[in-house]
Design a protein around this ligand. Structure first.
Ligand code: CMX
Length: 154
């Protein structure tokens, strides 16, 4: 009990990076689809959301389509190669929400250092460029309650 309390005090007062990360909002939900063309009618004609941009992200082997839903975006992700992580995920029988992206106010690099310090497994050790030229980094779903988590900044 006493050692737990000491550990708590050390963590709270001696660790300078604890709880520094600030999330402003959910930036987007990544939604995996086999075909953007076949999926868009649901989002456009049923939900009434507008697709305002499409983009191919070569290094992720995906084509993306963005729809705005209030402050949050939906990012439809279509694999462009059998080697795409999205194709592999779909091939395992998954579909729908693939990841949640949080907008970080004070830098993805700082946030990565902080969450790593807290024991979270990183997929990306440092920020890289994603769709819409955002700085992004992924956290492994095994240490994020099963939710593939993306941190991003504008
Ligand atoms: N959500 C939740 N869990 C997931 C997942 C997801 N989207 N993708 C994989 N997992 C789980 C699997 O279910 C598996 O769990 P079990 O071991 O219990 O079966 C585990 O993670 C490992 O998965 P895997 O199928 O063996 O696949 P890999 O380890 O090869 O890759 C991951 C998994 C998350 C590391 C990889 O998909 C990745 O690096 N993702 C980040 C990049 C990405 O998703 N890019 C596409 C979007 C690009 C963009 O938005 O621009």
């Amino acid at each position: 009990m006493c050692s737990l309390f000491i550990k708590y005090l050390c963590t709270k007062y001696l660790n300078p990076i604890i709880n520094d990360m600030k999330i402003s909002h959910i930036e987007h939900l990544g939604i995996a689809v086999q075909s953007i063309e076949e999926s868009l009618p649901f989002f456009k004609d049923v939900l009434g959301l507008e697709c305002y941009a499409t983009e191919v992200v070569e290094d992720q082997k995906v084509k993306t389509a963005f729809l705005k839903c209030g402050e949050v975006k939906l990012e439809l992700l279509e694999p462009t190669s059998p080697e795409s992580t999205i194709q592999k995920w779909l091939d395992k029988g998954n579909k729908g929400v693939h990841h949640v992206a949080f907008c970080i106010e004070d830098g993805v690099a700082n946030a990565l250092a902080e969450v790593s310090e807290k024991g979270v497994r990183l997929i990306d050790e440092k920020p890289r460029k994603g769709a819409e030229n955002l700085n992004i980094a992924f956290l492994h779903p095994k240490s994020t309650c099963g939710i593939l988590t993306e941190l991003c900044e504008h």
